[in-house]
Design a protein around this ligand. Sequence first.
Ligand SMILES: [Zn+2]
Ligand SMILES: [Zn+2]
Length: 305
Amino acid sequence: MDITFWGVRGAIPSPGAHTVKYGGNTSCVELYFRDSHRLIIIDAGSGIRNLGSHMISPDYRQKPIEADLFFTHTHSDHIIGFPFFAPLYIPGTKLRIYGPTTYDENSLEKIIGSHMSYHFFPVRLAELAAEMVYNELKEGSHELGDGITVTTRYLNHPLLCFGYRFEHRGRVVCTAFDTEPFRNLFARGPDGPSDDDSITREGEKVVAQENNRLEKFFEGADLLIYDAQYLQKEYESLRLGWGHTAIEYAIETARRAQVKRLALFHHDPERTDDQLDALASLYCKCDQEGRLEIFFAREGMRIEI
Ligand SMILES: [Zn+2]
Ligand SMILES: [Zn+2]
């Protein structure tokens, strides 16, 4: 499996002199399966524009283009690049599109398509040349053919958001692009609504169960791509409940889940290359037994597992 990072930034595209090294494009990751030439794309943040340009270049391996596009969720940084994905305009392109069931009157197709209404974009969804089939998923495992399986798990985010676990020939890639540790809403203290110890304890139990359940979901992965937008001190000051994770927690989770490689992802748009380099020298060392390799995902980075 070859994994390419086309966009690694969170929240909003952040081009400029200070983001040249790690990249300013938002969430988009490509998984390529050499034996079957299958292509899976995770999210259509602004990074998908460069992937699309690559796919329509004359020497691209596969014509007509066929791919599976998985949305983790529909926050704008994860769908903003969709109208600029060039293969959409090429007749013969086939896209199978997946994402969480929306549970409201707006289907996944309608939400993605809303970006292509005349208020926001000159081309309408109905005018696209590509053949697209939408699949709304719930938690569970799904066979994608060619020996590829995807399992979905809800993360903790202000909108239903999937973590994905892709498995192929014993290799595993997991994603947790936008997520926050589950935390006890019934904690005692000035902000807690409860002064009942039993409720507090029950809350702690449930939170531990949910966080453990996610760790199990990532267990043994060859690569875990994990939201690491904040530092712990940033997270604790005013960012609780925004749906993102601190770097320190992401690393602890990866250790507990015994994953082999951790790609820290969804970098804060304010984080400069110099700051990421400094954080990398602090955090990106193998742990003492050399079991976990940690790195900050960088636009254009390609790895093989
Ligand atoms: Zn995001
Ligand atoms: Zn989000």
